[in-house]
Write a protein that binds this ligand. Sequence first.
Ligand code: ZN
Length: 767
Amino acid sequence: MDFAAYENREGVRMSFNAWPCSRIEATRIVLPTGALVTPGKSIPEMPVLPYEPVVCEGCQGVLNPHCMVDYARKSWRCCLCDCMNNLPRNYHEINPQNLPAELFPTYTTVEYTMTNKNVKAPCFMIVLDTACPREELQDAKDSIGQLLALLPEECYVGLITFGATVTVHELSGTSPLPRSYVLRGTKDVTQEKVKKLLGLELTAQEYATYDKNTGSQVANELSAKSRFLLPVSECEFVLSNILEDLQPDCFPREKGQRPYRATGAAIAVASGVLAEAHSAQGARVMVFTTGPCTVGPGTIVGRDAEEDLRSHRDLDKNSAKHFKDATKFYNSMGIRLATSSHALDVFACSLDQVGLAEMKLAVDQTGGQVILAEQFGAENFRKSLRKMFARREDGTLEMLFNGTFSAFCTPHVMVQGCIGPVSALAVKSKSISENEVGLGQTTSWRMCAFTPSTSIAVYYEIVNQHSNPLPHGQPFYLQFCCRYKLSTGEIRLRCTTVARRWVESSAAPEIIGGFDQEACAVLMARVATFRTENEEAFDLLRWLDRTLIRAGTKFGEYRKDEPETFRLPPNVAIYPQFMFNLRRSPFLQTANNSPDETAFYRLALGRESVLNCLLMIQPTLTMYSMNGPPQPTMLDVTSITPDTILLLDGYFFVVVHSGTTIAQWRKANYQDLPDYAHFKQLLAQPVGDAHQLAESRCPTPRLVECDQGGSQARFLLAKLNPSNTHQTQHQSGWEQQQNFGGGEIIFTDDISLSVFMQHLAKLAVAS
Ligand SMILES: [Zn+2]
């Protein structure tokens, strides 16, 4: 089976592409039955239909090529719930020679254009931290200038600045001096309070004469839409002037004290203004910050500089003073924002942590974007912003808004839940499983904001009774519908229907034949990170190991109690290696990372496409040499040799590592000699490739160029299989070194892949 071909056509990858036909058989396949769905994926051949879908009365699923149509009776049978439906009147003329596009067998993914009487462009609320030195503020202003230039001019913008207090700026430019409202930074403010404080309410007298249909001049003049949120084209001049005059927060700051920074209150105000003026229209609260919140709700750390920011150790010991309160506050912000379908973005340029660990859930449940950099002026930050606001061919932004993602399935299957940058919506459905995985108890989730690569993991439970098995080879169907907004305000509904087959038992060859180990590794990685974050006292590594051993016992070929006979079929063979690297990854290992970094990594793993997530778990390594074209090589310390350049792609960073000889030649400037053009080319190629990889991602990965033995080489070494360590050196000394041609060693006590595999074989074959 060509899983990538399926993905290109449907935007879906499944761990198992054939499912055992009863609940009992399903438990025997050990690993999760799930799908990774990319509802915004660019699918060039997908038709965009200029009308709304035909919907099943039984299950609200959408008419698709797998439904049987009775042309004579003008009816159709839903392939999901078996319900008979009448065809709508305008479909009465259809016949096998004259089909609407959504019934073409090849169009299993189509998009419908939905009517929208209230077309509004999205809104971008800039929330700018001014509690920083003048130069940093200038860099931040420049970034905002860059951002404004990237926005389509019909998009709305707003500006809130904060330090000790929170300032909401009027952008209308009707008064000669720009007006602004200063609110306290010490208190949470609700939407109602924001309305009062900003004078968005009508007086009793005005309210009495107010006509809901026609509005009134007073109401229009008072509204947030005419004062605080305006289209870029109308307020660019005023906004640039305000930014130009903006000074660093002047609140007195004593020695040994952190500046007042009311990030939490500022987010609350931003969410209030947007909820009032732009609810369900697609909006982002974009926080540009240079440090942690130190005052009011959402405080991450006290102002006394002696007080350290919390570390993983503090979190483990439950001794982080502000963590619980701050997390609770930001989570409530996340819920408020998600209710209006608005996203929270955090752009943090700071050497310190800013509190991303506390804000993670709010960012995650609203589909917001995080970019971390050392400064706003950094090239990486600018590139990330450019990528985030990239346009599609038709000129609309690549980013998508206000999505609702729904999963439909046959009655033999239940939806356990989903893991992705979403929040659960309360819906009633017969397909809700009691056994929750991720965000469950629903079949619909809100995606406040997402991108073409955002991928949602959906987990299923097969509930069919063993006594009543489904016929072997009979197809079953899953449907994914995602209703969302483009940056033009146009509403689309993307509908994907996938067909797979039941097989009679967990031992059927189709089970392994249809096993997508890459998709399965990502589904497992998401469950692992979700559980480690949400379940206290959960022994994650033990659970991962036991699951892997059971999978080895199930899918391996071996003679009982003879580990040396243990083999895995090709479709399963790399899976243990993914688990080996997942165990070592920063998603599960928190040593060497701050809580903010861990949150950043986990956010990305929870939303990216299968291939991107795999790179995060298990980077790719490519070798460049004079002896031929670049080729993939083992992710192993023995791959380091003096006369090659290695390119490691770990998604978050890309490393170009020169072997000793290469580095010596380069330092001696051989590349400038006329006879060494091929050497010059060898040096340039991996760097060029690294830049190309970086272009396609947001945030832009960090590019590390280093030499063998240099301090930066640790970025490479940390990701390689430690087959050759100071321990193994010690054991076999000279002989080992000879074997590996004087290769590198890694100083670590981690076990190597081969030891890991030996353990797996031993335990999997044990009777
Ligand atoms: Zn139906």
